[in-house]
Design a protein around this ligand. Structure first.
Ligand SMILES: [Fe+2]
Ligand SMILES: [Fe+2]
Length: 200
C-alpha cells in the first residue's frame, strides 16, 4: 500500500493551486480594469495587476526555496469566482452599479486569496519553511491591503453613487411590496428565541 501523503504534500498541492489562481487573476484584472468607470477603481485594479505579476514571481521563488519545480494545478475555486465575474460584466448595469459590482467580484477574489495565503503561511511556519513563509506573508499582506482599498473605494463614494442612481430622489424607504409587518414578526420571534438563552 502506498504511504499516506503528509502536510508537506498538501502544502505543495496548495502552492500549485494558488499559482494557478494567481495566473487566472492576471488574465481577469485587465478586463475588470476596462469595465470600470471610476478612475480610482481603474487605478486600483491596475495597481493590483502589477502586484499580482510580482506575486506570481514570488510564488516561483517559494517553489525554488523548497527545491520544487514550478507547477500549476488548475484552481477550480478561482475559476468559479472569475466565471461569476464574467457573467456579471455581461449584465447591462449602469456605470455606477457596474463599478459597485466589480468591487463585489474583486473582493470575492481577494478573500479567496487571503484564505489560501493564510493557510500557506501557517503551514510553512509550522513546518519550518521560514523563507517560504516570509515570501508568502508578503503576498498575504498585499491581498489584505488590496481588499481594504476596495472597501475604501466602495464606502468612499462608489456605493453611494450607485445608490443615488438606484434611488434618485433619496427614496430609500422600504418598497410598498415589502410591508413592515412580517419584519416585525421576525424581530419578535428573534427576541422570543433570545429570552430563554439569556436565562441560561
Ligand atoms: Fe494575488
Ligand atoms: Fe489579489
Amino acid at each position: 500500500m502506498a504511504e499516506s501523503k503528509t502536510l508537506h504534500d498538501a502544502f505543495i498541492d496548495e502552492l500549485r493551486d494558488t499559482y494557478s489562481a494567481e495566473k487566472q487573476v492576471l488574465k481577469a484584472l485587465p478586463k475588470m480594469m476596462k469595465a470600470a468607470s471610476s478612475p480610482d477603481l481603474k487605478a486600483a485594479f491596475s495597481n493590483h495587476l502589477e502586484e499580482t505579476r510580482e506575486q506570481v514571481v514570488r510564488l516561483e521563488e517559494v517553489f525554488a526555496s523548497l527545491n520544487e519545480k514550478v507547477r500549476a494545478k488548475h484552481c477550480d475555486g478561482m475559476a468559479g469566482i472569475i466565471e461569476e465575474g464574467k457573467s456579471m460584466m455581461e449584465e447591462d448595469f449602469d456605470e455606477t452599479a457596474m463599478d459597485a459590482s466589480l468591487i463585489a467580484g474583486a473582493q470575492r477574489v481577494e478573500h479567496y486569496e487571503m484564505a489560501a495565503y493564510g493557510t500557506l503561511v501557517a503551514w510553512a511556519r509550522v513546518m519550518g519553511h521560514t523563507q517560504a513563509a516570509d515570501l508568502l506573508e508578503q503576498t498575504l499582506d498585499e491581498e489584505k491591503a488590496a481588499d481594504e482599498k476596495l472597501t475604501t473605494l466602495a464606502e468612499g463614494g462608489i456605493n453611494q453613487d450607485a445608490a443615488s442612481v438606484a434611488h434618485p430622489d433619496g427614496d430609500n424607504e422600504d418598497d410598498d411590496d415589502e410591508p413592515a409587518k412580517p419584519v416585525m414578526k421576525a424581530a419578535t420571534k428573534a427576541a422570543a428565541k433570545k429570552k430563554p438563552a439569556g436565562r441560561r
